[in-house]
Design a protein around this ligand. Sequence first.
Ligand code: PLP
Length: 334
Amino acid sequence: MKANAYGHGIENVFEGMRAADGFALLEPSEAERIRNLGWRGPILLLEGVFDARDLELCSRLNLWHAVHCDQQIDWLAAHKTQQPHRVFLKMNSGMNRLGFTPERYRSAWARLNALPQVDEISFMTHFSDADSAKGIGPQLAVFEETTRDLPGERSICNSAAMLRYPDMPAQARGDWVRGGILLYGGAPDYPEKTADDWGLQPAMTLSAKVIGVQNLQPGDTVGYGSRFTAEQPMRIGVVACGYADGYPRHCGTGTPVLVNGQRSRLVGRVSMDMITVDLTGIAGAGFGSEVTMWGRASNGAVLPIDEVAQAAGTVGYELMCAVAPRVPMVVDSR
Ligand SMILES: *Cc1c(COP(=O)(O)O)cnc(C)c1O
C-alpha cells in the first residue's frame, strides 16, 4: 500500500483490499490513514521508524515495524512502552539497500531478543532480481542459511518472486508475501511477461477527452518544437492531459493510446496540460471522444500501463505513483 497505494489512494483501494492478511507501507502517516478506516489487523512499516518518536505511534497504533540498522535498535532500547512491539528484522542478503549483512544478522537478532520492548521477531529480506534471469537463488540461500534455526515468521517475496517462482517450497516462500504491483495489475517483469500473461487486470485507468481537433496537410507540424510533421492529410485530437497530470513527458510520437477504445498513437511533444493524438482513420473520433492513456477503455479494450512506461523509458510503478493530485479520481466498484 506504500506511496498512497501505488498512487491509487489508500482510501480508494481499501474496500478492494480488505481481505488481505495485512498491509505494508512506508510512512507512519499512511499507517494512521489505514487505522482511521477502521482496520485493526496487521500494518507493517517496511523501512521501520525514521526517528525515535515514530515508536510512540507504533505503540499507540499497534504497528509492526522493520528493523534494518543499529540506530533503530538503540531507539527501541530507549523506548518506554507498555506494549512490546512486533518487529521484522531485515537482512541485506545482497541487494545492498537496507538491512543487516548475514554476518551481523544474528547479533542484531540477539540484541533485539533481549529487549523487553520487543515481543516477536520475524525475518525479512528483499530480492534485487526476482524479475529477471539472475533470479533469487543466491539471496534465498543466504537468507535460509542465516535464519535456519531462528524461531519466527518469514517474509521474502515481492510480486515478481510470487509470480515467477510458483514452485518454491512453502517453507522458502515464507509466512508472508509482500505483493505490490500485481495488486494494481502491473507486470513486474515487463516486457518479458505482460500483465495479460499473468492474468492481471489494470486497477487504474487514466483517461481524458478530446477538447480540440486540427486537420493537417502534408508538411504541417504539431506542438512545441515541431517534433511531428504530417506526411499525409491527418486529423489530430488535442487531449486534456499532460505532464502536469502525470503523463510522462518522455513519451514520444508513436506511444500507444486508445481513442474510443481503439488503438492509436501520440504525435508530437507532451505539453504541460495537453497531448496530441492521431485520429486519422478512427471511425467516429472527434471532439469529446474518450482517450485512454492507460488502463481500460469504456468498450473494455485495455492499454497496459507497462507499454506506456516502456515508451517513456520507465516502469509502470512510476507512472502509477506519479498521477498528479489535480487529476480527479473516480472509484468504480465493479
Ligand atoms: C515495494 C516493496 C514490495 C513490493 O514490491 P512489488 O515489486 O511492487 O511487488 C515488497 N517488499 C518491499 C520491502 C518493498 O519495498
